[in-house]
Design a binder for this molecule. Structure first.
Ligand SMILES: [Zn+2]
Length: 420
């Protein structure tokens, strides 16, 4: 009986401790929230294109040094890594945030508008930086109870897909040695909603380049592109997975097991490029395939269409110069992450994704090729306030409350995952 009381007391104190950590994380996040908003707005007003993230790096560096973190800037470009060592032994894990802005000139409907003409944070990377700094600060305040080491990787050049690849090539993982890596991206889902899926989160993106002898009429190229589309497109029940407005639809969107955003092949007919140089005509198209095993069939299938259109004699080359890897979440870590988030923040905190998003991708995939990891979608829209976080869109806007939610949830996740 006594033993039972002792056991239940121990259990109660363990549970109270877990609840306390979450309560503390919430409190700490609230305390620094205004500071995080300020830093996000500073970065938003001073956006820097890929390869030019100098000021952003300086802002991050100062913040991390103020927290007492060790900082490394000798990796690649304006990349920067903050190292937070917990007082107790545990694992080494990493969090990644991207830093670069876009070459846009949209209205940017906020008071802290971009001060750089033609450059904007239209993909939310300013928000990602603020969330990462917030997580670093919350965890730094729990250094005494933190088990293990957390690396904060601030990555430049995400948009051109060169930053992660070059950080890896420059031996990032010889300088730091995480066994797990996590990251997120703002999406148009409702604020605070977290979505994740084991395995591929996006479709595989393939850039196809076709070279023809002589100058081919534009109409011939348009007809060929449309024939490739009509011959090779594969969807479920004649659905239209290229209609992104359906992505949040409860019946056919990503969160439905009956999603139309799975098992498809499509041609991005809105972004076709063609030009003639030195008596050679080039046609460049992007295609999306959800099934890794079908990637090798694409080039032969396109070749057949070219032949069927009577263009075989003019064909000089058919190549695939762009083959980006895609986000591929580790199933075991995905399950563990969902469990931690839902245990601490309640059932329904995480929405399971059943589809693969077309037209989009993230070079976080290069990190995942080296270190198993999980990449999450974090909702940033506030539909009532008219804020739609549709990245790269002219009216892109993020509700900054997503920063608060991102910091709380993912500080908890890292704190728990760092434990042995
Ligand atoms: Zn982005």
């Amino acid at each position: 009986m006594k033993k039972l009381i002792l056991v239940s007391l121990l259990f109660a104190s363990f549970f109270a401790k877990a609840q306390n950590t979450v309560a503390n994380f919430k409190l700490e996040t609230d305390k620094i929230f205004d500071k995080l908003i300020k830093i996000r707005r500073t970065i938003h007003a001073n956006p820097e294109l890929a390869g030019k993230e100098k000021q952003t790096q300086e802002t991050i560096k100062k913040y991390l040094l103020d927290l007492g973190l060790e900082v490394k800037t000798d990796i690649y470009g304006y990349g920067i890594v903050g190292i937070l060592k917990g007082a107790k032994k545990g694992k080494s894990i990493a969090w990644r945030a991207d830093m670069d802005a876009l070459p846009n000139d949209f209205p940017d409907n906020v008071d802290f508008k971009s001060t750089i003409k033609g450059v904007q944070h239209g993909c939310g990377h300013d928000v990602h930086v603020a969330i990462a700094l917030g997580i670093a600060e919350v965890l730094a305040k729990h250094k005494k109870t933190l088990e293990g080491t957390v690396y904060f990787i601030f990555q430049p050049e995400e948009e051109p897909f060169t930053g992660a690849k070059n950080m890896v090539a420059n031996k990032l993982f010889a300088k730091i040695n995480p066994t797990e890596i996590y990251g997120l991206h703002i999406t148009p889902m409702s604020i605070g909603q977290i979505m994740v899926k084991p395995n591929e989160l996006f479709a595989y993106q393939k850039g196809i380049k076709i070279a023809f002898k002589n100058t081919l009429p534009k109409e011939t190229l348009a007809a060929l592109t449309s024939k490739i589309g009509s011959t090779l497109t594969r969807t479920i029940n004649n659905s239209k997975p290229w209609e992104l407005q359906q992505i949040l639809d409860p019946a056919v969107g990503l969160a439905s097991p009956n999603t139309i955003f799975k098992d498809y092949f499509l041609v991005d007919e809105n972004h076709v490029i063609n030009y003639t140089r030195n008596d050679t005509t080039f046609l460049v198209i992007d295609v999306y395939e959800t099934d890794k095993n079908k990637l090798a069939n694409i080039i032969p299938a396109i070749k057949k269409v070219i032949e069927s259109e009577g263009l075989a004699a003019q064909l000089l080359a058919l190549t695939s110069p762009k083959e980006n890897p895609t986000i591929d979440n580790n199933p075991e870590l995905t399950t563990a992450a969902i469990e931690i988030l839902e245990k601490n923040y309640g059932k329904g905190t995480v929405t399971v994704d059943y589809g693969q998003v077309p037209f989009s991708n993230d070079d976080f995939s290069y990190f995942q090729q080296k270190v198993r990891g999980v990449y999450f979608f974090l909702g940033g829209s506030n539909f009532e306030k008219g804020m739609i976080a549709m990245i790269h869109a002219p009216n892109f806007m993020v509700d900054e409350e997503s920063i608060r939610i991102g910091v709380q949830r993912f500080a908890t996740l890292l704190f728990e995952r760092a434990k042995k």
